[in-house]
Ligand binder design. Structure first.
Ligand SMILES: NC(=O)c1ccc[n+]([C@@H]2O[C@H](COP(=O)([O-])OP(=O)(O)OC[C@H]3O[C@@H](n4cnc5c(N)ncnc54)[C@H](OP(=O)(O)O)[C@@H]3O)[C@@H](O)[C@H]2O)c1
Length: 288
């Protein structure tokens, strides 16, 4: 392994400690993050539990609302609308994906922009496109925070983001191209031709696809920064399963200059940035 590790666990712990210290400095105001889960998907249940635990560990209040998978659009909208109007709730996170019969965009857009800790409402995404300050999606923010922490300056350099989702790829591409970060960004997707060659040209590769070990050693320019967002579950012949990223960690580690582990990379940062966003949401609402 030649690459230096971008240690998401360590940077996430420092981020949480900073948020906790800022809360104490502000006189420990009551800041509340509320998560909403529609249905009983076990990974989603685990994610919301971890988010609630993170919040309480740093001195925030956390609430969770379970909604049955069979709930109608109106029923889910009523839950989110009530939280939107509740002054004791400062951050609202609707765990995605929602069951297929629900209109996700319509539900997300019920969250007031100041409480939109996932940064996914039409208003938050519009603010991001404008380059104005505001709440931005947690995973892209986590990638930026990792680059900042390690002093990795990508200004004027070539970056490629593989994936163009509203949750990760697109907002991350916008952030990397933003004035002040100033990368020259290529957005790749399932119809991108010559993806390996496009990656080999890049100084920064971020893979956000969900395709196990897609990014191979010969996709990476020597010394490049490689950041793995994708998560896939691999099943072995003996029936055991393992989470793997989009990057072939061992092989790419031989050529990359910097590399995120999986787990302990971008996922850890996503959770920490949710705490950072909840603090910012409380500030936007005048709580501190
Ligand atoms: N680490 C974290 O904290 C974190 C957070 C969120 C998500 N994730 C993981 O990150 C991955 C992506 O999440 P997402 O929500 O962005 O997923 P998504 O909405 O399914 O988007 C996947 C993207 O990958 C592109 N893609 C698919 N096959 C490709 C190929 N062969 N070559 C190039 N691009 C390809 C798709 O292109 P098209 O647009 O052309 O279909 C799409 O833009 C998932 O594994 C998810 O579990 C991790």
């Amino acid at each position: 392994m030649n690459a230096q590790l971008l240690d998401g666990n360590a940077v996430a712990a420092a981020t949480r400690a900073k948020v906790a210290a800022e809360l104490v400095e502000a006189g420990s105001p009551a800041v509340c993050l509320t998560t909403v889960l529609v249905g009983e998907d076990p990974p989603s249940q685990r994610y919301v539990r971890m988010k609630g635990r993170d919040a309480t560990e740093i001195g925030m209040a956390s609430r969770h609302i379970d909604v049955p998978a069979s709930a109608s659009q109106d029923q889910v909208a009523e839950v989110v609308g009530a939280l939107a109007n509740d002054p004791s709730v400062h951050g609202i996170l609707v765990q995605l994906p929602l069951p297929g019969h629900l209109d996700t965009d319509a539900i997300i857009d019920l969250i007031p922009s100041a409480k939109d800790v996932d940064g996914l409402t039409r208003s938050s995404l519009g603010t991001l496109v404008r380059g104005a300050p505001g709440l931005v999606p947690c995973t892209p923010l986590g990638v930026i925070r990792l680059l900042e922490h390690y002093g990795l300056d990508v200004a004027g350099k070539r970056a490629i983001v593989i994936g163009r989702s509203m949750l990760v790829g697109l907002p991350l591409s916008l952030l990397l191209a933003r004035k002040g970060i100033d990368a020259t960004v290529t957005i790749a997707h399932s119809r991108t031709a010559d993806l390996r060659d496009r990656c080999r040209e890049a100084d920064l590769v971020v893979a956000a696809v969900g395709s196990a070990r897609m990014v191979q050693r010969d996709w990476v320019k020597p010394g490049a920064i490689v950041m793995d967002v994708g998560i896939s579950r691999e099943t072995h012949v003996d029936g055991t399963t393992k989470l793997v990223g989009d990057v072939d960690f061992d092989a790419v580690g031989e050529v990359a200059g910097w590399l995120t582990p999986m787990p302990g990379g971008t996922g850890a940062m996503t959770r920490a940035c949710l705490m950072e966003n909840t603090l910012l949401a409380a500030r936007l609402q005048g709580i501190l």
